[in-house]
Design a protein around this ligand. Sequence first.
Ligand code: SF4
Length: 499
Amino acid sequence: MAGLSKSRLIAHLQCPKRLWLQMNKPELTVVDASQQSRMDAGNVVGDIARQLHPGGILIDGGSLSQALKDTEALLAKPKRVPVFEATFNADSVLVRNDLLLPERGGYHLAEVKSSTSVKSYHLQDVAIQAHVAEACGVKVKRISVVHINNQFVYPGNEDYQGLFTTVDVTSQARDLQPEVPGWIKAAQKTLKGKEPRVETGAQCTDPYECPFIGYCHPAADPEAYPVEELPRIGKQADALRAEGYDDIRELPRDRLRNDSHLLVWDSLQKGKPVLRKEVAAAMSTLAWPRYYMDFETISFAAPIWAGTRPYQQVPFQWSCHVESHTGTLRERGWLAEGLEDPRREFVETLLAAIGPRGSVLVWNASFERSRLQEMAVAFPEHAEALQSIINRMVDLLVIARDHYYHPDMRGSWSIKAVLPTVAPELDYSELEVGDGGMAQEAFLELLSPETDPARALQVRAALVEYCGRDTQAMVELAKFFEGRRKASRRSPARSPSPA
Ligand code: SF4
C-alpha cells in the first residue's frame, strides 16, 4: 500500500472517498485552470518566503530518500541554519516543512500559505507537520502559519519585506496534535477497503474544490429544473425540498415572494423565454451614444508592479463598442503590451475612447466600478473623468435579471448564460480564450519571457477577440431588450412570451 503524506491525510479529512479515488483512480482527477493557478501562486509565494530567510538551505535532492538523508544530515550539523522543504517520515507519513527556522532550544516550524488569513485546515496541516517532525526527533518550539498580508503595498525592486503575516498557532496545533495518530489510522483503513460510499455535500467544495466532482456528481437531468436554480435561493432550497418541492415547476405561484423567482417560475411554466414588457421603460432611460464597456484584470498573491497590493485586480485590457443613435457601431479596445504596470495606460486610453456624454453599459457594474474607483485613487489627476464614467454606468445585468429569463439559463444571468439564448451565433466555445480565467492565463503567457513573438501575436489576437465578444454580446442583448433584434433562429427556444 502506498504511504501517506500530509496532503493525503488532509485529502482524507476533507472526504475519505477523495483520498481513495486519488490513490486508486487517479485518472479521474480533473484540475481546472483556477486550481492550477492557485497551485502556481503557492509556488511563487513559497519561493519568496524562502528568500526572506537568507542563509537557508533548500532540500531539493532528487529522490525522496535523498531528501530524507539530506535533512537528517543538515539537522545534525552544529551550525544550525533555516531549512526549506525539510523532509521527514514517521508513523508511515511523509511531510515536507516549508520553513524550519532555528530558534533558542529548537526550531520554529512555519507553513507558508497564499491565503490572506489562517484557515482551520491550516491548523490540521501544521499539526500533522509537527507530529511527524517531532517523531523524527526535531524539537519544535513554535508553530506558525505564514500567510499573505493583504495590506502590503509592493514598493518594487523585488522588496517583499512585509508581504507576509506570521501567526503563531502553537497552542491550536498542539491541541490538534493528539488527534493525528487517529487521522493516520482512519486513512489507512480507508485505503485498505473498497471505494467508500459517501454522499456528495458541502465537503465537495469546502475547504477545497474536490478534483473528483465530475465523477461523484451525477450529470444534471436536462428535463429537470431543481429548486436550487432559483436565484439566490441559498438554504431556502433545503426548506422547499423538505416540503416536497424538488422542481421549480411544482411550486405553487403564491409560494414565491421574490420577483426574480416569479420571473423564473413564469418562464418554466410556459416552457419558453419571458421578456417582461417593463424592460422597455428600463431601456428608455439610456442616453446616446452608448458605450458598451468591459475590462479584463489580473491579480497576483505577490504583486509584480510597484504600488499594487496582493490580489489587487489590475486591469490589463478594455474593450468598448460605441453605438450612435443612428445605429453606427465602432469597436475600440486596448491591451497592455510589455511587462510594465499597465494601469496608467489603461486609464488614459479608456478616457480617450469614452466621451463626456452618453450611457456606459456594463455587465455586473460593481466590478468595473470598483476598478475605476481604484484607478481614481491611483491617478487622482484623472479622478473627475473616471467619476463621470462611473456616474453614467448602467448595469445591463440588473435589467436582464429584472426582466428576462430563458429556461436554458438554468438560474444564471451571467452573460455567458444569457447570450446563447438570444445570439447563439456569438458562441464563446469557438474562441481560444473563452472566459475570464482563460484571459488571465493568456495574459500571463504574454508576460512570460518564454513566449515567442509568434505565439504572443496569436495570444494577443485571442484576447482582443474575447474581450470584444463580451462587449458585442452586450450590444446584441441591449438590441434584444429594446425589440431591435429577435433571438436568432439557432436558439433552441421560441420567441419570448410577453408577460
Ligand atoms: S466530489 Fe465530494 S463526495 Fe466525491 S470524492 Fe470529492 S468530496 Fe468526496
